[in-house]
Design a protein around this ligand. Sequence first.
Ligand SMILES: [Zn+2]
Length: 129
Amino acid sequence: MQCHICRMTGANNTIIDSVNQYIVENAGAVQMHEIVCQVCDVLGEHEEFAMTPDEVTLHITEHVRHQKVIMNTVLNDLLRLSRVTKSASVNECGETGIATVDHKMLNNYLKIVDQIITVYRMDGMKESH
Ligand SMILES: [Zn+2]
């Protein structure tokens, strides 16, 4: 597979330049799914640049090196992990209804929350708010 966005970046192509600008400007403000849809729509209007949603997702999550885009990808992963570890931290007994805390999982959750706060403090993230 060839990534048309990477292939044409820096080639003074107005379509690709606008796609790159759109991705950086909207990372974090718009859901990944929506960004991918918009980019696919724009690229699909030009047969030679057409890419599938999976290919565009791969470009955004693995090819783009812009700090803001990377930080938002990391942030998405951390937020997902925080939800999973948070619910796994407390076990409620189905019979007695007594809740017990899984200390190892709770520690993991708190570490993840710390990392989320660290990401928010980074300069690359501040400009987007
Ligand atoms: Zn790419």
